[in-house]
Design a protein around this ligand. Structure first.
Ligand code: PLP
Length: 669
């Protein structure tokens, strides 16, 4: 082994399909699409060895932000299908929307995610690589991604399939390996793919194994299973997509010869992996198997818990598999609940914030003693702008090791009264903001105008139109205190009719500001994705987060913003509950009591919009006191809050999060 050259060692470890013809130009000597090949070999060898603490991380989706972080290079020219599409804009300056689009000459993000869950899984995988853990991530190759949002020429969203070409996507390789999964009446063959998630320093990489049903051995309806993420047309498709992940994932790990100690399931989606592993075991051994499974729940909303009728499951599963599911997953109503099934078959159950844990305990009182929490974080090197990291590096007494250790952010308070530091972070922010203004120059965005953004998945509990609820009040603030730039972005699940109505309503409201363009610019960006998430969370002045408490389990976009000293205007929900006293902006609105749960359908729009406008007015006033036509008042409380944001970012990042998973969930050491 020792004497082999890296390429032959890699090819012995990884059965690349069609290597000579398609990939030999990009995997050569000691390079893998421009990155060191040896980093892969290290991890592959450990996974195939008997390092007892190896982890398989399961998620339906992965958001890796490959358009701007650890982007692979290729000898081939980038295929047009793998480039970012042009996006239109819906603003209150319709003439500009008519003539101009946003075009970025970038590689499309690997389109196998929909939103927060995927971003978290991607950020976790990157951090596992940074920590050099023997870990593998398991997911699905979605041939048409989630969906591409097109704005209808007037008032609405049209979902389209994402077009991309996995066979020409840099860093993604098909394997010769095919696995079969065992079902009652149907044969399912899954082709395996690999993508490598490199560490920040490129000195280690963990494999992301992707399952693909679109191969000739399968019937048409089976091929369709890995076409689009979160299809919800019928129970069969939903069940089968989950079976592909659970059964297929375990079969893939076996086929690849990985010795896995800990199976980490995200959401109930992946729970069939337990069923696969439990086949043929005695009751006592099934019980022992639980010590190898851990489960993370990511949402308290009703639609987030998969429930299926027994008959629907009986239709696809063999008897033995069905009995196990029935035994561990039947709820009070006789339905099979995958959340319950996951809780009953795992040795560790966790929520993703302290507040979410309390909500879970209310929803599942029987389990309240065993539910813990590990608050989410974001991967600091993906989301913190180079501008900011460079400012920190200008203060080496405090931040010499910032590229190694993001926990040093907690020491930023030592520089709170350093005028030079205060000036530099203000300037770094202005530099980021001017990039955004440049990208949107046809809409005449200005660097010295107060800019706020709401960008997230369009779901009712997130209240996407709250800031547009009373347009007269919003206009008043702009007239009385100073101009406002408002950026909006978000997709609504194609089958969510209520979400669709929100997009409609928002566009309708935006149109009502067309007379006031000098005072209020509102820009609704099409097709919210991670690239846009990156640009928005680092370039605006204030990040708006207004879910109805307590339905936001965590929320991570605000964490990206605080890493870039962007203030928060937020309700008290999700991660914010743990940052309530940190001085990172303004908290407003409805608070959910400890004992009761608010009604998911009563959105408190009237009262919370009033509170939103009052808080917004204060922030706009403070902003114009601080930024007087480009001259910053460095003594301003605004800059104190910016520094508090950075300091708080030392907690809400994946380094702290992974330390907690190691100790409390995977029980390392
Ligand atoms: C970060 C991110 C999310 C998750 O953020 P939330 O605060 O939960 O909305 C969702 N979508 C994209 C594209 C992101 O970048």
């Amino acid at each position: 082994m020792e004497n082999k050259d890296p390429l032959s060692e890699f090819l012995a470890l990884v059965q690349v399909d069609n290597f000579e013809e398609k990939y030999s130009k990009d995997i050569t000597g000691n390079k893998y699409f421009g990155m060191p090949l040896s980093s892969i070999i290290a991890c592959e060898n450990r996974l195939k060895g008997t390092d007892g603490r190896s982890i398989a991380y399961f998620s339906m989706e992965y958001g890796l932000a490959t358009s701007f972080y650890n982007t692979f290079s290729s000898a081939q020219e980038l295929s047009v299908d793998n480039k970012m599409p042009e996006n239109t804009i819906f603003s209150n300056y319709r003439l500009a929307d008519y003539f101009f689009d946003i075009k970025l000459d970038k590689i499309l993000d690997l389109p196998i995610y929909s939103g927060g869950l995927g971003v978290l899984a991607g950020d976790t995988a990157k951090t596992m690589a940074d920590y050099k853990l023997p870990a593998v991530a398991v997911g699905i190759l979605w041939h048409c991604g989630y969906f591409r949002q097109k704005f209808w020429f007037k008032y609405g969203q049209v979902p389209e399939k994402t077009k991309w070409d996995p066979y020409a996507y840099p860093g993604l390789i098909p394997l010769k390996n095919i696995v079969k999964i065992r079902l009652k009446g149907e044969e399912v063959n899954l082709k395996l793919w690999k993508y490598y998630v490199y560490s920040h320093k490129h000195d280690y990489a963990i494999p992301l194994v992707l399952l693909d049903a679109d191969i000739e051995q399968n019937s048409d309806r089976i091929k369709d299973l890995t076409e689009q993420l979160y299809r919800s047309d019928n129970a069969w498709i939903k069940i089968m997509q989950r079976i592909v992940l659970g059964f297929g994932g375990v079969a893939a790990l076996r086929e690849l010869g990985y010795n896995i100690d800990i199976f980490h399931l995200n959401e109930g989606h992946a729970v069939f992996s337990f069923v696969e592993k439990a086949r043929g075991l005695s009751d006592a051994d099934v019980d022992k198997l639980k010590s190898h499974f851990v489960y993370t729940c990511h949402t308290p909303v009703e639609a987030g818990h998969d429930r299926f009728g027994q008959d629907d499951l009986k239709y696809v599963l063999e008897k033995e598999d069905f009995s196990l599911i029935q035994k561990f997953g039947t709820d009070r109503t006789g339905m099979i609940n995958l959340t319950l099934l996951a809780m009953n078959t795992s040795s560790s159950v966790n929520a993703v914030s302290k507040n979410h844990m309390m909500v879970m305990c209310k929803q599942f009182p029987k389990y309240k003693d065993s539910i813990k929490y590990v608050t989410n974080g974001v991967h600091p090197y993906t989301w913190m702008s180079a501008n900011f990291i460079n400012v920190l590096k200008n203060f080496p007494k405090v931040f010499a090791d910032i590229e190694e250790n993001p926990m040093l952010l907690s020491k930023v308070s030592e520089l709170k009264s350093d005028q030079d530091f205060r000036r530099q972070i203000w300037q770094a922010h202005q530099a980021s903001k001017s990039m955004l203004c440049k990208a949107l120059e046809k809409w005449q965005l200005k660097e010295d105008v107060f800019t706020i953004c709401w960008a997230r998945r369009i779901a009712a509990y997130k209240r996407p139109s709250l800031i547009l609820y009373d347009i007269e009040k919003l206009k008043n603030i702009a007239s009385k205190i100073g101009p406002i730039q408002l950026l909006l972005a978000g997709k609504s699940h194609p089958n969510d009719n209520l979400g669709f109505t929100f997009v409609n309503e928002m566009m309708d409201k935006v149109d009502k500001f067309s007379e006031d363009y000098d005072k209020i610019k509102i820009i609704f960006l099409e097709n919210y994705d991670m690239y846009m998430g990156m640009a928005l969370t680092r370039c605006v002045d204030v990040w708006l987060n207004n879910p109805l408490p307590p339905y936001e389990a965590s929320g991570t976009s605000g964490m990206k913003a605080i890493l870039n000293a962007v203030l928060q205007l937020t309700t008290l929900d999700g991660w914010v509950v743990e940052a309530e006293d940190k001085g990172i902006g303004k908290i407003f609105g409805y608070k959910n009591g400890v004992e009761t749960m608010s009604n998911e359908l009563d959105l408190h729009m009237q009262s919370d919009s009033n509170e939103l406008y009052a808080s917004l007015e204060e922030l706009v006033a403070l902003y114009y006191k601080t930024n007087n036509k480009g001259n910053a008042d460095l003594s301003s409380r605004w800059i104190d809050m910016m520094i508090n944001c950075i300091e708080t970012g030392s907690y809400f990042n994946t380094y702290r999060m992974l330390d907690e998973y190691k100790r409390q969930v995977w029980r390392f050491e």
